[in-house]
Design a protein around this ligand. Sequence first.
Ligand code: ADP
Ligand code: MG
Length: 638
Amino acid sequence: MPTPATTDAPSAALLRHFGFSAFQPGQRPVIDAVLAGRPTVAVMPTGAGKSLCYQLPAVMSDGLTLVVSPLISLMKDQVDGLNARGIGAAAVNSHISAAEQRDALARARSGEIKLLYVAPERLALPHFVEQLGAVDLAMIAIDEAHCISQWGHDFRPDYRRLKETLRALRPRNVVACTATATPDVRDDIVASLGLESPAVFVSGFLRTNLYVDVRVHAKAAARDAGIVELLRRPEAQTGAAIVYASSRKRVEALGALLGARLGEPVVVYHAGLDGDARREGQERFMSGQARVAVATNAFGMGVDRSDVRVVVHADMPRTLEAYYQEIGRAGRDKQPAQCVLFYHPSDLRVHEFLVSQTEDPRLRAHEQRKLADMRRFVYGRYCRHRAVLDYFGERMSTECPGCDQCAPEHRLGTVSDAVPTASRPRRERAEVRAAHSTPLRDPDEGDRDRARRALAGVARAGVDVSSTKIAGMLAGEPGCGATLERLSTFGVLRELGSRGCSAVLRELVGGGLLARAGDGLRLTPDGVEVMAGRAPVTFVVPAGAVAPRAPRRERVVLSDDAGLEADARVVEALREWRLGRAAGRPAFTVCSNRTLLALAAAAPSSEREFMSVHGLGAQRWRDWGEEVIGVIASARGR
Ligand code: ADP
Ligand code: MG
């Protein structure tokens, strides 16, 4: 909603100099902070009107504003636009002659122009500072400020020198603008420029016409069937659809599957195709000859079809920013669109493997954190829009516009949440099960109380403390360090144990009350409100965390005649182990059911105990004795 124009100074200046009668959403708070003299970082999507956030203060302030911008063509547009409005502006870059540059600098020194645009490499030249002379410098505005970050997609080494420039030129204020909302890039901007307690604004990232849906599948085949079914729905056929897949092979396979099942031409697009094939595919999609495109993330740079009604992720993307960017291709026409992410646990394995191949250990750790954030999003049981906004650092101030968590009744198609099959590796099954164990109860007093205690603990521990340490502190574990042991929140959640506390912290991150800050945690604005008791808690402590971790011995009678009793978890684990060991052969070739039960009942932990189990002998000890002891031990320990 535009802020209505009033007679206050910024609004009056907006109308007088720019002819606009109202601010765009997000502009006013930034402008107020800049005018108040605070170093400011403004993060808003493209088209939100970031330029005005420094142009208006520049016009309203005494002295010169230096604008650093990496794009010479945009510089020219802006300078022309400002001059057309009667605002003095000029540019200094490699595209203009030396005489023109001298002239621009002279006009800047004389106060004839309010804004001087400079390319970053100009600033790096030692005599630039001299040439500028003793000018009254109101502000340095850094546009496309993500170029300073090596985590960004557009790193410019020249931007790295801006800190020196700021030190040499001593502007009265600094403002940095970017459309890149990732927390690491933002932190990098602040750190690299050396901004002290900056005002950081993130706004405009909520896509109100997108319905965001995440589906966890235990079976790969069921997931593909789900994609076909979704795209065959009449609602999905009212416009275009983009299906993102993670590899060339998968793009080809899905392209063939969808072509056959939808009975219409399907464009496939990936980097393995030659330039002509890619261009042709893109054109067929853009012109409407083809409605459906299956593609890797290489697709999309030049694709701007406004009527994309469905964006499907056939695999989990590696990062939330990639995900956000890709779902952003849906519903450009502002009409409702569906974004459905189909997940299978093998996706995570693939990304984990690829990330592990990263050579640089620092990058690697960085990639791992991003992957963990993505995974948390997929398994999260909170508003999807809110989860994304919180990741970007924007506070969600309106109702959820639609997602599988807040409005499951609007999910498109049949959501077949497949039951995990026994042949899946244990970790996968546990993950899928966890994703389906939606807490169906409302938060109670206990949840509120625990959430607030945990938040208070994080607030006291400070941002440099790892979440593991904070969990230890909340659980009252002695090993967490003297500083933490002295806190008043030491042991406030003792009954949960450190694992339970970790689970609670994870849920609070998922719920947007905490956010990651490096390796540590910080409270989000919502978290602060909840801690202070000013906002209701929508948080439910995960079942596994509150249930006492006391040994749950599910002993069952498994064999009538022998009267054997065994721990059901051990039996289950042994069955699973046997299946893997059989590697496609019949299970009894490893051991009979009877032997398996006898093993579970005896639960041997040594060679001697193993040998005394009925049906086992030296050969089997040699073949898999130690392996099975390990399986039993870990099943009992769980
Ligand atoms: P960004 O840098 O965030 O991508 P721009 O600064 O280029 O966006 O602005 C995008 C467009 O919005 C420009 O055409 C600009 O003139 C226009 N604009 C900016 N602020 C306002 C406003 N308050 N009212 C109307 N139009 C505006
Ligand atoms: Mg811009």
